[in-house]
Design a protein around this ligand. Structure first.
Ligand SMILES: C[S@@+](CC[C@H](N)C(=O)[O-])C[C@H]1O[C@@H](n2cnc3c(N)ncnc32)[C@H](O)[C@@H]1O
Length: 189
């Protein structure tokens, strides 16, 4: 796994686009308890808190979480930001879980199997999971496939799984770009 503190300190963070991923902004509902996994510097978590959600957000990078807390303070919203490795998460289940770019990172660097085993424990029955991931079509030498996503979110833990093509926004070499990816939505059985 890369050293994410170092990555944040160096600013090598193309996923920092100054807001939540547009594909996820479209599926934000109101009022439920929400967990943002691999929250980075908190753009999605803060947007969710602004919409009235009770938000917990975790990231392995203490640098990212420090920045997220500063942003939340400036935005005058409350988010329970925590530094932790998702693999060690043990929490009461949430109504909604968001993953904006974490699954594809774990798929790339290792640890995705443990993560997939943990995910069902983080949602109440009937709860919703949204995963935005870069696809192999982005031609980065890594990424997930539609078939892979369909194969991992299946019964008995998941139902009503939909995998839709979606753009993943990035800020790269001073340019805003869009990479092909997938938005998966699924329901905890
Ligand atoms: C591609 S970035 C996405 C950040 C944020 N969700 C966004 O959309 O801007 C992936 C994030 O996952 C975090 N991360 C990677 N491995 C992790 C792990 N095992 N536990 C918690 N966070 C992790 C990284 O520090 C990074 O902030």
């Amino acid at each position: 796994m890369p050293d994410y503190d170092e990555i944040y300190q160096e600013g090598a963070t193309p996923w920092e686009i100054g807001g939540p991923q547009p594909a996820l902004a479209e599926v934000m509902t109101r009022g439920a308890s929400v967990l943002d996994l691999g929250c980075g510097t908190g753009e999605l978590a803060i947007s969710l808190a602004r919409r009235g959600h009770q938000v917990t957000a975790v990231d392995i990078s203490s640098v990212a979480i420090e920045r997220a807390r500063t942003k939340a303070f400036a935005a005058a919203v409350t988010v329970d930001f925590r530094v932790c490795d998702v693999i060690e998460l043990a929490m009461d289940p949430f109504d909604i879980v968001f993953d904006s770019g974490l699954l594809h990172s774990l798929h790339r660097w290792g640890g995705v199997e443990g993560y997939l085993a943990l995910l069902p424990t983080l949602l109440v029955p009937g709860g919703s999971l949204f995963v935005l991931a870069i696809g192999v079509e982005a031609d980065q030498g890594w990424g997930v496939t539609e078939d892979y996503l369909r194969s991992v979110f299946t019964a008995p833990d998941w139902t009503n799984t939909k995998v839709m093509p979606a753009e993943v926004a990035a800020f790269w070499n001073g340019d805003h770009i869009r990479l092909p990816g997938y938005l998966t939505s699924t329901t905890r059985t």
